[in-house]
Ligand binder design. Sequence first.
Ligand SMILES: Cc1cc2nc3c(=O)[nH]c(=O)nc-3n(C[C@H](O)[C@H](O)[C@H](O)COP(=O)(O)OP(=O)(O)OC[C@H]3O[C@@H](n4cnc5c(N)ncnc54)[C@H](O)[C@@H]3O)c2cc1C
Ligand code: SF4
Length: 327
Amino acid sequence: MKSFQHVSVPTIEGAISTLKDYKGKAKVIAGGTDILSVLKDRILPEYPQALINIKTLSGLDYIREDKDGLKIGALARLSTIADNPVVNNKYRALAKAAKTVANPQIRNMGTIGGNLAQDTRCWYYRYPHQLGGRIMCLRKGNGPCAAVKGDNRYHAIMEAKKCFAVCPSDTAVALVALEATVKIRGPQGERTVLVSAFYQPLGNDLKDNEILTEIQVPEPPASARQEYIKFALRKPVDFGIVSVAAVIKVTDGVCHESSIALGGVASAPLRATAAEQAAKGKVINETTANSAAEASVAGARPLSKNSYKVEIVKTLVKRVLLSGDSE
Ligand SMILES: Cc1cc2nc3c(=O)[nH]c(=O)nc-3n(C[C@H](O)[C@H](O)[C@H](O)COP(=O)(O)OP(=O)(O)OC[C@H]3O[C@@H](n4cnc5c(N)ncnc54)[C@H](O)[C@@H]3O)c2cc1C
Ligand code: SF4
């Protein structure tokens, strides 16, 4: 690892002004579970001069509920979120997603802000510089996408044009189904962005000198079923290959409201609006679940090695519709 400055900041304002001072040559560090491996493998052409340590910001690890819903400080640990009684009671899709992240050690270190802002896991992008030189591509500034003609088994099957890497965050998928927003602070002040709009084709919405400060989750409809199902190869520690989160309001067997989000299919978790429409107003049974599953993949355009993901999406959509709210 190359050397860098490590600057601890006591306030959000201090963090923003320090980031500004470094003029794009500094990065934020929270739990460090992602950023340190990015630096260790020197995958990015520009090595940061400094890491701005935000773990020293006091009071940014809260989980509280008010009349507008749930508020989570960006420094709340994934393990704390997974164990929190309010999250488990009313925002279960998020608790379930947090429980599936990696392993206990990473959930104990990793923060929700870092989980949302973590870098992509595309294996060409992550290729270590010390093993014969980093692989450049559009997401790193320039170069062709190696995944298009290469081994793209874990890449996007929907809506990708320039970069086929998928969003690696489990919590993001649940937060999209829960229609959550993130609060971002920078030199120009504060702004709020839907989690579904936070991800961009080549990264995320954070500017160099901005900090993600809070996640806001509106209260879901009372007694709505909530689910998060993830398909991964090595269950106790792996990133999802495909995941589906759902918030479904069913009364007398009929679906009145539904919000279904797909993970592992695109650069952002995608709302499966066609599947939601296919289920709305219908009795939830095998027939409805099958037509929603088909609708969820109508826009799929798999690459050469990942058409198997289409079948997994269909299976998981069907499963979230037919399952009861499981623990
Ligand atoms: C072996 C392994 C398995 C994993 N499996 C999964 C998995 O199954 N599912 C999953 O979702 N994730 C998985 N992860 C990723 C892991 O969840 C993330 O590394 C972790 O959540 C990042 O949080 P952190 O606080 O450590 O972030 P850091 O490593 O400190 O930061 C990550 C990135 O976010 C930025 N950042 C962090 N906080 C903020 C903030 N508040 N404002 C602005 N920018 C910020 C940093 O600059 C950096 O770019 C895995 C990681 C490993 C190493
Ligand atoms: S999928 Fe994206 S990150 Fe991966 S090589 Fe292609 S452009 Fe780069």
